[in-house]
Design a protein around this ligand. Sequence first.
Ligand code: NAI
Length: 766
Amino acid sequence: MPKVSEIMESMEYGPAPEDASAVRDWLRERGSFGHFIAGRFTRPGVTFASRDPSTGDELAQVTQGTARDVMKAVRAARRAQRGWGAMPGHDRARFLYAIARTIQKRERFLSVLESLDNGKPIRESRDIDVPLVVRHFYHHAGWAELAETEFPGHRPLGVCGQVIPWNFPLLMLAWKVAPALAAGNTVVLKPAEYTPLTALAFAEICAHVGLPAGVVNIVTGDGETGAALVRAPVDKIAFTGSTEVGRGIARAVAGSGKRLTLELGGKSPFVVLEDADLDAAVEGVVDSIWFNQGEVCCAGSRILVAESVAARFEALLRARMQKLRLGAPLDKSTDIGAIVDPVQKDRILRLIDRATAAGAELVGGAAAPGCFIAPGYLKNISPANPGMVEEIFGPIATLSTFRTPDEAVDLANNTRYGLAASVWSESATVATDLAARIKAGVVWVNCANLFDAAAPFGGMRDSGYGREGGREGMLDYLAAPVAPQRDPAPSEIVPAEAPEESAGIDRTVKLYIGGAQKRPDGGASYAAQDELIPLGNRKDIRNAVEAAQGGLAKWQGLGGHGRAQVLYFLAENLAQRRAEFAGFASPAEVDAAIRRCFFYAGFADKYDGATVSAKPGHLCHVQPEPHGVMGLIAPVAAPLAGFMALVLPAIAMGNAVVAIPSQDRPMAALTLAQVLACSDVPGGVVNIVTGPRDDLVRALAGHDGVSAIWHAGLGEGLAEVQRVAAETLIPVWTPQPRDWSGPQAQGREFLRAASRTKTIWLPYGA
Ligand code: NAI
């Protein structure tokens, strides 16, 4: 027994284990688990063990879901959806509130169960995970109550298939289930195979509060069960997990008409500038990469520190790291618990080995017996080192330096991912400048890893698309009020010969790239609307994307008001040439195009961000940002109004576009090129390439420089595009209004699709 004076000397904590008896009794009573389908547990089928990773002990047997089980669950969800979706929002709100309250009452039980199943420290499951789960259901009880007034005309999507990972099992469930239910959908959720137990406890809560049977269904199992759910007849798939699996899911749902949101991996920068409060930044690292054993998709895993303070920062970091306590998850003084499974531990160690073999130096990070790895970091690491490029998903950061803020931005953005970033500087100017320039869905300024139900979370590039939380998250579970109509397929292209000698002053129709009329690369044409239309190819698309990239900075620099002026001017010039356009499109289309310019000129400085009520002491701002370069595929049926319905909202938000006009009736768009040129639309902002639609779209969707695609056609062409876009992980949106000249073909839904949000957390009144 150490003397009190000795304890005071070392300040060591004694063991303080949380009582797990209630959870162990519950597990004993339940024995093996079946699935939760149509409001009751099924008889267990073929089962597998869920284990406590800190000891390797079996906690329970759970059922490996088959494709039949998944179908049963989807049918139950389908049956329940009609009633649930039609229920007044207030009634749905009462259920969500009841769930929130019940979780609150069982907070201790759920925290212990989570820590046992996942290995995370009880301090985190008790103080972070479960309170956030409760907050999520409260917040979404609110959205259910307000849905009819806040989202007028919107409908639920139907049945949602949801696949979640093992790092925040109950929290990820809440992120998926709460908005889906609030919006009137029903769900089939598959928890991760390592951590199914809190989802099963949640199923009991659903039964306890009397949630109508089939509204929530839980099917346990591994990736095969997940794949069966992705294939099942559901209306949306929401996935959180690895980029590799996410990409496979995007491929699998291509052409199915299912909505898809993907929250994938990250390699998020943690930037410490020379004027940062270094002690605070070190605590930020602890909350970032050494939180949840580093098994956090948005972990600040790449620490970038200003060279001038790097030595001092590292000394502080190392001292703090050595104080972190690795140990039993249920011990209340443990900082770092167990890695979720031996498979995952091996994966982390292998990646560390590859990183050190490639020249990096590991500080700390020793493997301990069982599923434990001490916190550590890799230093002297080159940008191409696998430890710098790949997601380690363990308590191991990388540490490298930069000289100037510009270099910090370059390094921060030197990744395929774009999930989160943390920026540390005492200068508001420098910190917010970096926050604006770093490509990420979430940026924390002088803080790290803050989450809230009101704060949209999600990424870009290889980190996926879609948002969870807040209004944005709700919209990803709702269908906008449009009545879809199929666009006809384009006719076959008939190559045409240019006449040897043109009689008189002939008109030559050209592509429009970088603000200039350009001959197509192949020099070929096709016949349409009694003209020779340039037959664009892959090279033309490449040139157009490059031109668009070149046009972005100037266009975005104009700001909303500047862009509005250009759009008004465009309307004026269009109106002057009304008669000419009437030759290529109906008068209704010409009118709609002119009015639409005014509409988006009006909106250019009004589709704003919002500051949401997240945590006190912070300003949490949700900023819509342009995607960058967008690929637009205009409808065949409405050559002018349809074309403008896509181009105008995209450019109003500050994107530059490569637009492919109606293959059969491209003349309106090609004539528009001349109007764009004389309306102060800077070169490169709108690029127009005509030719074989499906070939051009494929080239666009596969181009690295394109960040989003809108495709107004349906059918096989679209499926192919979605397959190509699955590889680059860019979102494909398919607007299908009933009438391209009508009011349904414009509005907020278009502006939302022309942007993605960045959630910026700033200290405020703290
Ligand atoms: P994973 O992506 O395989 O697992 C996530 C979920 O997807 C689980 O429920 C799994 O059963 C399911 N799943 C697996 N294959 C599927 C398929 N073909 N179709 C549908 N669902 C499928 O992740 P895993 O293998 O557990 O971890 C591997 C790496 O992924 C980690 O080391 C980490 O780098 C990353 N990861 C990232 C997460 C994030 O939150 N961004 C979460 C989990 C893992």
